[in-house]
Design a protein around this ligand. Structure first.
Ligand SMILES: NC(=O)c1ccc[n+]([C@@H]2O[C@H](COP(=O)([O-])OP(=O)(O)OC[C@H]3O[C@@H](n4cnc5c(N)ncnc54)[C@H](OP(=O)(O)O)[C@@H]3O)[C@@H](O)[C@H]2O)c1
Length: 260
């Protein structure tokens, strides 16, 4: 069984995919965890399997939902020293054809909610001299992604914010990490309407959800700034960093088109 340095955790988007997998890993390691998402039933089923798990039903795109989660993070009762900002979604398609209200919610969840909860977490962790903040970004944060344009832009924000915060908190006892997964089979593909595009990728491009979850938790525990699970994606990240931006942009566009 994995041992983690966390005494108590909070995960957003714990009702499926990467967040649910992280919740299982923390539960198996005996870390009490607050589970946040909109689907209460799923959270309750998960919470019933482990000791001292708590359900906090919240829509992070509402003022009241966000406030409830912020309040739980800063609460002095049962201190939380790991916050995982994992809830997020994407929208596949041409920018001008996508419902602007959906884009508003995508930015609201991926950017606004994550920023407020990161702020709440660091506000209490820094004076305590200890804590871990894991923000779930994406490999899409390293280059533009035509037909997933807003999603990639929100994730570029998440990686940039997290790397800046990683440096700001250096020496305080608090650690901030951006987890940047590549393709991982979860509900993400159906929610983002990217199933057709995603299915054009070969098997080796797919990461196992449990490996992504374990990689992220392991890397934030080690105090890494960036966590990129999988050898292929680690390599692609390095290549994207040294390839001229115009070429990366064109290649990204061709890859997206080939899946349409
Ligand atoms: N899967 C991939 O290929 C991939 C690759 C790179 C990065 N990521 C990132 O990984 C993170 C987790 O995604 P996933 O792949 O595990 O997808 P997922 O299975 O769709 O999980 C998304 C989670 O977010 C929650 N959520 C959505 N809207 C919410 C809201 N308004 N308020 C509160 N919770 C909300 C969902 O729960 P409810 O519906 O119950 O609220 C669900 O638990 C996301 O940030 C995603 O961008 C995924």
């Amino acid at each position: 069984m994995q041992h983690y340095p966390f005494t108590s955790a909070l995960i957003t988007g714990a009702s499926s995919g990467i967040g649910e997998s992280m919740a299982h890993l923390l539960g198996q390691a005996g870390v009490p965890t607050v589970l946040v998402a909109r689907r209460t039933e799923r959270l309750e089923e998960l919470a019933a399997r482990y000791d001292r798990f708590e359900v906090l039903t919240a829509d992070l795109n509402t003022v009241s939902g966000l406030a409830a989660v912020e309040a739980r993070i800063v609460s002095d009762a049962a201190l939380i020293d790991l916050v995982v900002n994992n809830a997020g979604f994407g929208t596949s398609g041409l920018f001008h054809e996508i419902d602007p209200d959906r884009l508003h919610d995508e930015i609201g969840l991926n950017v606004q909610a994550l920023t407020r909860l990161s702020n709440a977490a660091l506000r209490v962790m820094i004076p305590r001299g200890r804590g871990y903040l894991l923000n779930v970004s994406s490999v899409a944060s390293f280059q533009p992604a035509p037909r997933l344009a807003v999603y990639a832009a929100t994730k570029a924000y998440v990686t940039s914010l997290s790397e800046s915060l990683h440096e700001e908190v250096r020496g305080t006892g608090v650690h901030v990490t951006a987890l940047c997964p590549g393709l991982t089979k979860t509900e993400f593909q159906s929610v983002s309407n990217s199933e057709a595009y995603a299915s054009s990728y070969p098997g080796f491009a797919w990461l196992k959800v449990d490996d992504v979850a374990a990689g992220g938790l392991g890397d934030v525990a080690k105090g890494k700034a960036l966590s990129v699970p999988g050898v292929i994606y680690k390599g692609l990240t390095v290549v994207a960093g040294v390839t001229p931006r115009g070429l990366t942009r064109r290649l990204s566009s061709l890859v997206q088109r080939s899946g349409q």
